[in-house]
Design a protein around this ligand. Structure first.
Ligand code: ADP
Ligand code: ZN
Ligand code: ZN
Length: 700
């Protein structure tokens, strides 16, 4: 007898096929079963969402198409997982089909059933290694670690674990994971990290710690894996074979039927927010998922996001209970001292100074003692702009509203937005003047400049100094980053120049001096989250330093900041290593300004052939949205359309509009209504290429 099944397929949010489609089937499968179905002229992967409610077999619609086959050898996805997909799609304004099927490994879609069958067989034939190594000897917990772990064993959370770098947070994650895995021999643990390629040390540590579970019990999940590796990890997690999944943001969507603990390390890191397609926050979904599945959630950081900090504020009688529980570990493990902050007032330095004399002297002293120096700069390339002094020509990108960056190593002008790369012109393209110069400085130029400043120095053994640079340019080749980091770890490098990339996650054990050359931009940025990111970056960078236990007290580390605003409160808080003070001050400002977490935001973005076209679409959306809002008396503000900060990229004009409310619920109601209006409007605005909604945007 023919059944009617509701099947989710991947259709983009704006295609109007938002919900599941009805298919016929000879057989019924439980919700969550993967199937193949015809869709238009092609065959596609689908997910059985439910049996058609109230379908009457007597009235089967003859035009319906049939399910082709099922992938039931894989086993259905759980009701929890489907609920997570349903929530996430609704919250981030995408179709459930797009969200759910998009979160599955691509090979499930691309391989035929017989190919899959072979893969599954092969997996089963892989016998588990029988000799399970013993757990390595564990350090005695510090009293802070003990306290935190006791609370975690007694309370459900979610927890915000606030601890300086080196306070032993990772050790807490590992111990808590071990407890959870021991208590229940099916339990699964999900450990999220910002960028797995940047944290190879963590992966090694996790694998060592849980080696006794067998090699196949620990899997990684990140976008750098091959499709085959991704499928394998996903299957391990889905079947429960993987007890611990270590992954980047996409892993929060993995099928883990026995999930009992989710750790989000460096929970403030912006990379947890997907910046294209379905713009979800893995951290926020982790919290939702934890609640859904009764899995404990730990959000760890030395500099929690102000959202998490606010939600974990101490309870006040008479007020609603905070959503998270804050646990703190203020001390560093062992004798590791926190670096002292030194500020150089650049107002007292000769103009155009890149590296001030006091900083240079301090660097020389460190290098002379064979200690390492880390220099941070937020721009890669040699110089951000090339400039003709005669006629004022600048190296604008013809396709973007941005300058092309001068890269000296290959003498190219490169646009960091559309990738247009051209050789540096010999003379000014506008007036022919041969004397064109570089404006501003990037990592390449600083690397060169430091080599000049330090050319008279050598190592005690007479060898020349080594100055290295790590940024997106120097690490393009596969394995390059790991190789370069290894050189730094081996002490082969005296001075390391890098972008924020180097501030994340590494143990630079012999680094005793960290310098931020020019952090002022973030102090007065239009982006209200810029100071928060700067504080996190500087504290994290400082935390990289001096983690070598053999360093003595007089080798105490230093963090140097060159600034025109040495008395800025941000640097005062940094000097005291006072994240709480910094957070309180900024939360007060945010409360006064009505910014998140005291309000909720979304952006509507549009891209068009012209800026007018993009804005016209947005303003029409505003008009129709406001009519509805007035009707519903919902307090949601829709601001006027403005060009995006980077207005034109690859000849596409971009505009955006901020939507804000003090009520998350009101904002959500509005967005889901607006979604339909936008789809209609889009048809009337043919010059609009794309539009998208970004809920809880990180960059405005
Ligand atoms: P975090 O994650 O907060 O930066 P880690 O957990 O990585 O801190 O700990 C920092 C260093 O201290 C690591 O080398 C770790 O092995 C060590 N460590 C952590 N806890 C202890 C402990 N209880 N006793 C001794 N060493 C510890
Ligand atoms: Zn010129
Ligand atoms: Zn460009």
């Amino acid at each position: 007898m023919q059944q009617q099944l509701l099947v989710l397929v991947s259709t983009p949010a704006y295609s109007r096929l938002n919900g599941p489609l009805v298919y016929l089937s000879e057989q019924t499968w439980p919700a969550g079963t993967l199937v193949r179905v015809p869709l238009g002229a092609r065959e596609t992967l689908g997910l059985v969402w439910a049996e058609q409610a109230g379908s009457d077999p007597g009235h089967v619609d003859k035009n319906l198409r049939s399910v082709l086959e099922s992938l039931d050898q894989i086993g259905p996805l759980s009701a929890h997982w489907m609920a997570l997909m349903n929530f996430a799609a609704g919250y981030y304004q995408r179709s459930v089909g797009e969200f759910a099927l998009g979160s599955l490994p691509p090979q499930l879609r691309d391989l035929s059933n017989s190919q899959l069958e072979r893969k599954l067989k092969k997996r089963q034939s892989l016998v588990q290694s029988s000799e399970n190594p013993a757990t390595p000897a564990l350090p005695d917990l510090t009293s802070e670690q003990l306290q935190v772990l006791t609370r975690m064993a007694q309370e459900s959370g979610p927890f915000v674990l606030h601890g300086n770098t080196g306070s032993g947070k990772t050790e807490v994650y590992l111990r808590r994971a071990a407890e959870v895995l021991t208590q229940d021999d099916q339990a699964q643990v999900l450990m999220l990290v910002p960028e797995i390629n940047l944290t190879p040390q963590l992966e090694v540590r996790v694998r060592q710690r849980f080696a006794h579970l067998g090699e196949s019990a620990i899997v990684s999940m990140h976008s750098g894996m091959t499709p085959a590796q991704r499928l394998n990890s996903w299957l391990s997690a889905h079947t429960g074979q993987a007890r611990l999944v270590l992954g980047t943001r996409l892993a929060v969507l993995a099928s883990m039927p026995h999930l009992k603990l989710i750790v989000v390390d460096e929970e403030h890191d912006p990379s947890y927010k997907q910046q294209e397609g379905a713009r979800y926050s893995a951290r926020d979904l982790a919290v939702y998922r934890g609640q859904l599945e009764s899995a404990q959630v730990i959000l760890g950081s030395a500099t929690p996001s102000l959202e998490s900090w606010h939600h974990s504020r101490p309870a006040v009688a008479g007020e609603a209970a905070p959503r998270y529980v804050r646990l703190s570990m203020p001390s560093r493990v062992g004798s590791g001292l926190l670096p002292a902050l030194r500020r150089v007032d650049m107002g007292n330095q000769p103009s155009k100074t890149l590296v001030s004399a006091p900083l240079l002297n301090a660097m020389r002293e460190r290098i002379a003692k064979r200690e390492q120096v880390l220099v941070l700069l937020n721009r890669r390339g040699y110089a951000p702009v090339l400039h003709c002094h005669a006629c004022g020509w600048k190296s604008e990108c013809p396709h973007c509203s941005a300058y092309r960056v001068f890269h000296k190593s290959d003498r190219s002008l490169r646009c960091h937005h559309c990738s247009l790369t051209q050789p540096v012109p010999r003379a000014c393209p506008s007036c022919g003047n041969q004397d064109i110069g570089a404006l501003g400085h990037g990592t390449e130029r600083i690397e060169e400049h430091l080599a000049e400043l330090l050319h008279d120095m050598q190592r005690p053994d007479g060898m020349p100094l080594r100055i290295a640079r790590i940024d997106a340019d120097s690490t393009r080749g596969k394995g390059e980053l790991v190789r370069q980091l290894a050189e730094v770890h081996d002490g082969d490098v005296d001075v390391l120049v890098g972008t924020q990339m180097v501030a994340k996650g590494h143990d630079f054990r012999r680094v005793t001096l960290v310098a931020a050359l020019n952090p002022d931009g973030a102090l007065f940025s239009a982006d209200f989250r810029a100071p928060e990111r700067l504080f996190a970056l500087l504290l994290q960078a400082a935390g990289r330093a001096g983690r070598d236990a053999t360093l003595t007290r007089d080798q105490a580390c230093e963090m140097w900041v060159q600034t025109f605003h040495p008395t800025h409160p941000l640097f005062e808080s940094l000097k005291q290593h006072d994240f709480a003070g910094f957070a309180e001050q900024h939360l007060t400002e945010r409360r006064q300004a009505g910014l998140p977490p005291f309000s909720f935001q979304a952006l509507l973005r549009a891209e068009g052939r012209t800026q007018e076209a993009a804005q016209a679409f947005l303003n029409a959306a505003k008009a129709s949205g406001e009519t509805w809002l007035a009707d519903q008396s919902l307090a949601v503000t829709v601001y006027p359309a403005v060009p995006m900060g980077l207005q034109r990229v690859a000849n596409v004009e971009r505009a955006q509009m901020l939507v804000e409310s003090h009520s998350r619920k009101a904002l959500q109601l509005f967005l889901s209504h607006w979604q339909n209006e936008l789809q209609d409007l889009r048809g009337q605005h043919k010059a609009v290429l794309r539009w998208a909604i970004d809920v809880d945007p990180l960059v405005i």
